[in-house]
Design a protein around this ligand. Structure first.
Ligand code: FAD
Length: 469
């Protein structure tokens, strides 16, 4: 029998939570192993999430420039999409980054073990490889970072051609003529933005009253307006009753906002109705780990109720399902495991970004949430139509909105929709982290002409003193 290997820390899952936790553990001098069931490192984010979607969104943006070439004084009579080449570019980006993850793990002396990991008792992790062989390692601390999978509608199964989740939709060999997307959260609207611009007839069905329902209502309204202007059909308050495969594709029956039953047909159906945590089969039932609807409960240092067992990323109860949150939680967990002081994450200061067209980014409380929390508010808004750089880029829609407390001017939330706002949000997060006020933001000199000036102007607007409008 092979000798059991002993580690200070074992990480189960190599997504953004897991690989960052392992790298930081290595940096802190912990003997570390990372266990991954798939034959590639990087998890949802790298292979079927953040990275491939953003690569495709960039292609769609480039295509938009070709379509609007005339506006820029460029004559471009003939152009077409080579979908296979688009996919190849995306795959190359993903492959390169996956190699980068492997390199970083090696550089930090992390042992990589392929197989399905589960807790096998206090301080023990069993690993079952692809051939079904099981081995065991010993670890003083274990970080669970097993992530999440797309939820499916009852009675449906993804088939790779017609019924799709975020996995299969990224592998389509041909551009579909039409697509129904169920769910207008971040995943749904990003795919809508990709496929609509590549020429697919896209219809989005959202059960709630607004698209991107977690965002400030003004942002949702602006996004809905823009989507409809672009030609994306969007039904809100649409309750899907049944989805069935047909000879031509799919048929989706739903009840609309007016209470009337409707049926839509399309070549493909993308189900984007949320994520389920991968917490089954991890051996949790024999531990003190507590679950909440399948998600793992943790304290401020990401520790579960089982001594020496941590949880990070998409499996954490109440934590937003975002890669950068998983990064931060991984660092928090292993810093604590290494016996170093660590500050709990402030989830009010997490940026939320949706890379649809137009982009959306926000941090902190929405206007409604701030009012409901009892704050008296001052709200500043500035439209990109009055921002010189947006004009140069040919963008006229979107705005920046700052929600601040009336009494002390503390910034409670910043909400943006428009060009490159997923980059601009970093400034808002930094100012909030430093407990800055709208007035502090007004004193930060912004380069001209930049899109970031819209943030400065929104800060001026908090006290009714925006300059360029
Ligand atoms: C389409 C889409 C787009 C997204 N875009 C963004 C974005 O732009 N920005 C953003 O911040 N977030 C985005 N997300 C969310 C982001 O991908 C997740 O929040 C992030 O990947 C979570 O990281 P994680 O480490 O918790 O888990 P995951 O990335 O899901 O990784 C978990 C890993 O654990 C492995 N694993 C599972 N169980 C076991 C086991 N028992 N043993 C061994 N290995 C196991 C899995 O194979 C996987 O590799 C997107 C998600 C989707 C679906």
């Amino acid at each position: 029998m092979a000798e059991t290997l002993h580690y200070d820390l074992a990480v189960i899952g190599s997504g953004p939570g897991g690989y960052v936790a392992a790298i930081r553990a290595g940096q802190l001098g912990l003997k570390t192993a990372i266990i991954e069931k798939d034959d590639k490192l990087g998890g949802t984010c790298l292979h079927v999430g953040c990275i491939p979607t953003k690569a495709l969104l960039l292609n769609a943006e480039v295509l938009d420039y070709f379509k609007n070439a005339k506006e820029f004084g460029i004559v471009c009579k003939e152009f077409s999409v080579d979908w296979a080449a688009v996919q190849t570019r995306k795959d190359k980006i993903v492959k390169k980054l996956a190699k980068g993850v492997e390199f970083l793990l090696k550089k930090n002396h992390v042992d990589m073990i392929q197989g399905f990991g589960r807790l096998a008792g206090p301080g023990r992790v069993s690993v079952t490889d692809a051939k079904g062989q099981t081995s065991e390692i010993a670890a003083k601390n274990v970080v669970l970072a097993t992530g999440s999978e797309a939820k499916m509608l009852p009675g449906l199964e993804a088939d790779g051609r017609t019924i799709l989740t975020n996995r299969e939709v990224l592998e389509l060999k041909e551009l579909p003529k039409s697509m129904i997307i169920i769910g207008a959260g971040a995943v749904g609207v990003e795919f809508a933005s990709i496929f609509h611009r590549f020429g697919t007839k896209v219809t989005v069905l959202e059960m709630l009253p607004h698209a991107v329902p977690l965002e400030d209502e003004e942002i949702s309204a602006e996004m809905e307006k823009s989507f409809r202007k672009q030609g994306i059909v969007l039904h809100t308050q649409a309750r899907v009753e049944k989805a069935t495969k047909t000879a031509q594709g799919v048929s989706v029956a739903f009840t609309g906002a007016d209470g009337k039953a409707q049926t839509l047909e399309a070549e493909t159906l993308l189900v984007a109705v949320g994520r389920a945590p991968n917490t089954q089969g991890l051996g949790l039932e024999k531990t003190r780990v507590e679950l909440e609807r399948g998600f793992v409960k943790v304290d401020g240092t990401m520790q579960t109720a089982e001594p020496g067992v941590f949880a990070i990323g998409d499996i954490v109860a109440g934590s937003p399902l975002l890669a950068h949150v998983a990064f931060a939680e991984g660092i928090t967990a292993v810093t604590h495991a290494a016996g170093r002081p660590v500050e709990p994450i402030n989830y009010q200061q997490v940026p939320n970004c949706t890379y649809c067209e137009p982009e959306i980014a926000s941090v902190g409380l929405s206007e409604r949430q701030a009012r409901e929390a009892g704050h008296k508010l001052r709200v500043g808004r500035f439209p990109f139509s009055a921002n010189s750089k947006a004009g140069i880029l040919g963008v006229r829609e979107g705005f920046v909105k700052i929600v601040s407390d009336e009494k002390y001017g503390e910034i409670l939330g910043v909400h943006m929709i428009g060009p490159r706002v997923t980059e601009a949000i970093a400034e808002a997060v930094a100012v909030m982290r430093l407990e800055g006020t709208a007035e502090d933001l007004e004193h930060i000199i912004h380069a001209h002409p930049t899109l970031a000036e819209a943030v400065l102007e929104a800060a001026h607007a908090v006290t009714g003193k925006a300059i360029h409008i």
